[in-house]
Ligand binder design. Sequence first.
Ligand SMILES: Cc1cc2nc3c(=O)[nH]c(=O)nc-3n(C[C@H](O)[C@H](O)[C@H](O)COP(=O)(O)O)c2cc1C
Length: 247
Amino acid sequence: MNQEERQGVGDIYQESTKYRRHAMPVRLLEISSRPSMYKTYSNPVKVVTLPEAERQGGMGLWDALLSRRSERRYAEKPMDLKTLSQLLWAIQGVTASMGSYLLRTAPSAGALYPIETYLVVNRVEELDQGVYHFQVPNACLELLSPGDYSGRTAAAALDQPIAAKASVVFIWTACVNRSKWKYDERAYRYIYLDAGHLCENLYLACAAMGLGCCAIGAFYDEEVNEILKVDGKEEMAVYLSSVGPVG
Ligand SMILES: Cc1cc2nc3c(=O)[nH]c(=O)nc-3n(C[C@H](O)[C@H](O)[C@H](O)COP(=O)(O)O)c2cc1C
């Protein structure tokens, strides 16, 4: 059987989650059973208030598109907290509200925002090293696990040293039930699209601010999930990106 004839799990998924004009799934959406729209940790080690994100200046969009590249060389010097705050705003900043929905800088299927952002902080001024969660509604950081996670993160990223050398590694997880509530199994398509939007926003913001950024899709899933202490079933890592001053 050649590759074109073989039906792998991806082929089966793609086929079985197609929308077909005369066979559209019918789903009654119960607002009362809608999963929580964002994650907040009730007992973080510490909550870090972020400086207000700058929303002016920097390179123009067209130059940022032209100069964006995946950068894998990072300087030893730390990133400052205001810069990190600006990057977080670029990927998940709240720009409007609509009822209980907090609309953001990046689009999301059904405005369900299944993606959560975690940071492995290696070198950022005013921040202890450790694993943080970005809490969207209050735009703050929740310190979950203090310590040097650079080696573990690089190892989990298929031993790519960029994850240890960067100032910070963004890790995006998906809370799949947020999307499944509306889209059932088709949710996974939208989850990966949503994560891609966040990463491209991050790339463009980094380009505009003269920072290096590199998407990381190659990682040992369970090792990354363990760093974040997520279960890998209802919430799992889907995408990473290293960021830092270029060196
Ligand atoms: C989904 C995805 C996964 C990627 N994974 C990695 C990775 O694990 N390691 C890496 O060094 N680069 C990774 N990259 C970066 C690509 O290698 C890079 O985008 C490509 O070579 C084109 O170069 P450019 O981004 O500089 O235009 C990834 C990019 C994407 C979009």
